[in-house]
Design a protein around this ligand. Structure first.
Ligand code: NOJ
Length: 564
């Protein structure tokens, strides 16, 4: 019997609305554009769409700076458009998942404007205000995640306010019960509209330490990354459980929280029946090139160690979520470079690389999250000048790298490899101008390769990345492998092999085997248990047991006789 919930059986698709489809010629994607493509998303087995923020925003951080938690930004359309999207989605069994950005608001939010106006204002303590040090400098040496001090001086109050991210994203004061209630009310507003879940942004930062103190500098700027000073501060779980109680509990929805660095022993309080959320996005498998923090200039770049790191991280997450909660499988999102560049050497065959990741994404235990354009195998961009980039974080990291002595060319290389804009270029629909994304001037340039990789073209090609994703989606949801892929246990295979990622899923009387070669060399392997297995899917025609060609991915299925 299948006891899974709807969101454990479906695929989730992440839409970056600004870059999805522009129906007005403004150059910016909109909500009507998402509604127009629901049938397309259905072909990928999608049952939920995670919308990155569509609320009114000055767009300093592309919507993660919210000026009204219960509105729609006019550039995206109206509340009526949103209601229609929810309704049209429902007709197709596709539910909308809203992004709750509750660690901070925009500095243009009326709460902050009031808070900044005086120490006596109604919202005076809705944000985190501190006096300057005796010499007038910032209260601590914390560096914000986007670079520069995490404190900004406010003339009106003669005090500094804290911002974990950009200056335009002041942190909300969760100690204040009125703040928490206002945020819960906003989330309940969206539940009343009929949304199917929430992705909760940057939640590990909401609780601040009781004492604010300087940290040991981690770079030449004399500052320390704020993450190491405030993430997962004890006491945070009280807020999260209150959040669940007042908002999520009793609804047929799912929640997935962006929460890096939660200790395995705390996991049961964070996820699952007794936990605050259903799933956690953690980043051990995407931050492999950042062993000592988040500074781009300290990254290792691609090395073959990425493969063993990836194997270890994925297995650790699978083991952790076997008992607690459920795993949201993902390799891309709007903050990551494209996976075709991320996990493979620069000269890798991009199409096979995209299929290799697709195979892992869609056959692990958990709910697969496909990021806009990933299903086409899109690759990174490499623009010439930092001013060509829109992403606030890329700019911060670029200038910090210069400060640390990198040459402009070296700093640009880092931008090319890690910029969030790599994944934010407009979606590629057709071979027409601007890839069919917009009739106007796109807010960010379309990838130059769009005519080769677009939905229109790939839908016609049997061996395209899109067709491959569609086959995997069908395999996961219907037919002989569906039960195993949805519910089966996970067991890592070929653990010591430095080139092949392999695992077995098992449920009832069936097993499904996933084998992926992450290198550009042919790799032999020995797996006697495959003897009785049949080929289920292959990324290159003509696969052979015991051997994987460069970047090849294969799936086998086996009847075990047990559980009949
Ligand atoms: C995480 C989001 O995914 C990212 O895009 C954003 O910049 C920060 N949180 C700040 O909200």
């Amino acid at each position: 019997m299948n006891k899974l919930k709807w969101w454990q059986k479906t695929n989730v698709y992440q839409v970056y609305p600004k870059s999805f489809l522009d129906t007005t010629g403004s150059g910016t994607g909109d909500i009507k554009g998402i509604t127009a493509k629901l049938d397309y998303l259905k072909t990928l087995g999608v049952g939920a769409i995670w919308l990155t923020p569509v609320y009114p925003s000055p767009m300093v951080d592309n919507g993660y700076d919210i000026a009204d938690f219960t509105g729609i930004d006019p550039s995206y359309g109206t509340m009526a458009d949103m209601e229609r999207l929810i309704a049209e989605g429902r007709k197709r069994d596709i539910r909308m998942v809203m992004d709750l950005v509750y660690n901070h608001s925009s500095d243009k939010h009326p709460w902050f404007i009031d808070s900044a106006s005086s120490r006596e204002s109604e919202h005076s303590d809705w944000y985190i205000w501190r006096d300057a040090k005796p010499d007038g400098s910032a209260p601590t040496n914390w560096r914000s995640i986007f670079g520069g001090s995490a404190w900004t001086w406010c003339e009106g109050r003669q005090q500094y306010y804290l911002h974990t991210f950009a200056e335009a994203q002041p942190d909300l004061n969760w100690e204040n019960p009125a703040v928490r209630q206002a945020l819960y009310d906003a989330a309940n507003f969206w539940l009343d509209k009929g949304v199917g879940g929430f992705r909760i942004d940057a939640i590990v930062y909401i609780k601040k330490p009781a004492v604010f103190a300087d940290g040991k500098p981690d770079s030449d700027d004399g500052m320390v990354n704020i993450h190491s000073m405030i993430a997962n501060t004890p006491g945070i779980l009280d807020y999260l459980h209150e959040f669940k109680e007042k908002v999520f509990k009793g609804h047929d929805i799912f929640t997935v929280a962006e929460a890096n660095g939660v200790a395995p022993e705390d996991l049961d309080k964070w996820v699952g029946e007794k936990g605050a959320f259903d799933m956690l996005f953690e980043f051990s498998h995407v931050n492999l090139e950042f062993p000592d923090g988040e500074l781009w200039s300290h990254a290792t770049g691609y090395t073959p160690k990425v493969i063993t790191g990836l194997k270890q991280a994925l297995t650790a997450s699978q083991q952790a979520t076997a008992k607690n909660g459920w795993y949201p499988v993902f390799f891309e999102n709007h903050d990551q470079p494209r996976c075709t560049a991320h996990y493979f050497p620069a000269d890798a065959d991009k199409k096979l690389a995209a299929k290799a990741i697709a195979t892992v994404l869609m056959t692990m235990r958990g709910t697969p999250f496909i990021y806009e354009g990933q299903e086409l195998g899109l690759d990174n961009v490499a623009w010439n000048n930092i001013n060509d980039y829109n992403d606030i974080s890329s700019k911060g990291q670029y200038f910090l790298a210069l400060e640390e002595g990198r040459s402009p060319a070296e700093a640009m290389e880092l931008v090319h490899r890690y910029s969030r804009d790599n994944a934010r270029t407009p979606m590629q629909w057709t071979k027409e101008k601007n890839a069919g994304f917009s009739t106007g001037k796109p807010w960010l340039p379309v990838h130059e390769d769009y005519a080769r990789q677009c939905v229109e073209g790939e839908a016609q090609e049997a061996d395209s990345v899109l067709s491959y994703y569609r086959q995997l989606a069908a395999l996961r949801q219907t037919g002989e492998a569906a039960g195993v892929l949805q519910q089966g246990t996970y067991m890592e295979l070929l653990r010591e092999n430095p080139a092949i990622l392999a695992f077995k899923r098992h449920f009832g009387c069936r097993e499904v085997y996933t084998l992926v070669n992450f290198t550009g060399r042919e790799q032999a392997y020995v797996l006697p248990e495959l003897k009785e297995a049949r080929l289920l899917m292959e990324s290159i025609p003509g696969s052979r047991k015991g051997m994987l060609r460069p970047y090849e991915a294969v799936l086998y299925i086996k009847e075990t006789g047990e559980g009949l």
